[in-house]
Design a protein around this ligand. Structure first.
Ligand code: PFF
Length: 468
């Protein structure tokens, strides 16, 4: 296929490309996943392993997706149809669209909790929280004890309310378009996010006993690096860089022609990790300073953080800043996810952008409710299982553990073995203008041999064929 030159809306500059792609990478993962995994698995040693995974799998797959998107200038499914018309390769794009839905079903739910906590923090409701009240509040948010209640009771509707607000915010942004919506929002929110995180860091670092939290995050201990830790670093690299979800193909299709794809990929991986480290610096010194145990996941974000932040001087203000930056991170990640199906439906079925956004939000809201109501076993839908998992866990497991490694593997094989080598080299070197032959040869080697091998290992491990 000839490179597409169709006039299509896209980002306006290299900076816009960088901030939008970074907005997708930076999300809830930076706050509740990455810092804890780093601290608990060898600190600096884990970071080293993570960077190796990013270099040999994350960045190569990211480049594959950007090549597919920018070369074809089409959505995730249409892009493969352009490259190999009538072939089964477009299944990779279909998997991406499906996976973006699966992630949105539960990610909108968690983002809803973040919005709710942000609202609570701004209205000063955390001023006198205790370990019990904070647990009770989180219990309400996830609908603990709602099994058997009417769907229309207040306890059942309140977890859903904030998820609907999230969908309205993201839907409004997406319906405004790529440039006036996604670009404008990410250009505003990403710098604000950096500012807020630095404010939280300064406060955390000036607390008595902050050093212990910093040591937890940055000590270097290679003895903790086991095969299982390497696998979790690889999985994290995929989730962090928003790979195999159709996101980077879709965003790539909006990139300007002059963007240096290698450099942009490196800058994104670096800046995203920096945000995670800055989040860790805001969290762990504070947690240690108040004698609490570090943890990961919802417990850290929705119980430990409100509790410890509310205890420190200026805590109310900092808690509001912290949840505001977390809601920015969740929103920009969701914008990128929502763009995947919206671009697919508008381009493949000729539906207007506004209509496609509305229908997608409605669909995600309807299915996403099952995630919101199944977090705890005593929630309204907590007793229902799909292949042995509650809805929330099922959506998370299928997208993060099955589709991400499988989709990544297929994209690597497609670009490494089936795409035209010259086309790939031409796109990655901006039509030869960059003179980056060494980068391109390195990429070709890694994408043919190294990334697929590592991805096969992760996939076999997640489906239980091998175990570490
Ligand atoms: N990268 C986001 C995070 O770390 O929270 C999550 C994410 C966004 C995953 C978009 C996948 C995706 F396609």
């Amino acid at each position: 296929m000839e490179k597409s030159t169709s006039p299509r809306e896209g980002f306006s500059s290299g900076l816009a490309v960088f901030l939008a792609a970074l907005g997708s990478a930076v999300g809830l993962g930076n706050i509740w996943k990455f810092p804890y995994l780093t601290g608990a698995n060898g600190g600096g040693a884990f970071l080293f392993v993570y960077f190796i995974c990013v270099l040999f799998v994350g960045i190569p797959v990211l480049l594959c997706e950007w090549y597919v998107g920018r070369y074809t200038r089409r959505n995730a499914v249409g892009a493969f149809e352009s490259l190999k018309p009538g072939s089964a390769w477009k299944g990779i794009g279909v998997m991406g669209v499906l996976a973006s839905y699966l992630i949105m079903f539960f990610y909108t739910c968690v983002a809803g909790w973040v919005y709710f906590y942000c609202f609570k923090a701004f209205t000063g409701s955390f001023a006198s929280v205790t370990a019990n009240t904070v647990e009770e509040l989180f219990g309400q948010v996830i609908g603990v004890g709602t099994a058997g209640k009417s769907f229309f009771s207040k306890d059942v509707l309140s977890p859903i309310f904030w998820q609907v607000i999230v969908l309205c915010v993201v839907g409004t942004g997406i319906s405004m378009g790529v440039r006036s919506g996604i670009e404008r929002i990410t250009k505003t929110l990403m710098p604000l996010l950096f500012m807020l995180i630095i404010i939280c860091d300064i406060r955390a670092l000036t607390l008595p006993g902050a050093g212990e939290g910093i040591r937890f995050l940055f000590h270097i201990d290679f003895s903790q690096i086991t095969p299982a830790v390497v696998l979790s670093a690889l999985g994290l690299a995929f989730f962090k860089l928003s790979l195999a979800m159709g996101v980077m193909i879709t965003y790539g299709s909006y990139f300007t022609e002059d963007v240096h794809l290698f450099k942009t990929a490196g800058k994104i991986a670096f800046s995203d990790t920096l945000v995670s480290m800055l989040a860790g610096i805001a969290i762990f010194p504070t947690v240690f300073s108040f004698g609490m145990e570090p943890s990961a996941g919802p417990g850290l974000l929705f119980m430990t953080i409100p509790l410890v932040f509310s205890k420190m001087p200026l805590g109310a203000f900092l808690l509001a800043a912290f949840f505001l930056l977390t809601s920015f991170a969740a929103t920009t990640a969701l914008l990128s996810l929502m763009e995947v199906p919206v671009a697919f439906w508008t381009e493949e079925f000729n539906i207007s952008r506004k209509k496609a956004t509305f229908l997608n939000c409605l669909f995600i809201g309807l299915v996403g409710v099952t995630a919101a109501l199944s977090v705890d076993s005593s929630s309204l839908l907590g007793g229902y299982k799909l292949w042995g998992r509650g809805f929330f866990d099922f959506f998370d497991h299928l997208s993060s553990n099955i589709i991400m490694p499988l989709g990544g593997l297929l994209i690597a094989i497609f670009v490494g073995y089936f795409a035209k080598k010259d086309d790939v080299a031409c796109e990655l070197s901006n039509h030869g203008s960059l003179q980056n032959d060494t980068y391109v040869s390195f990429f070709n080697f890694v994408i043919r041999y190294v990334s697929p091998a590592l991805l096969v290992i992760i996939f076999l491990n997640t489906i239980g064929v091998i175990s570490f």
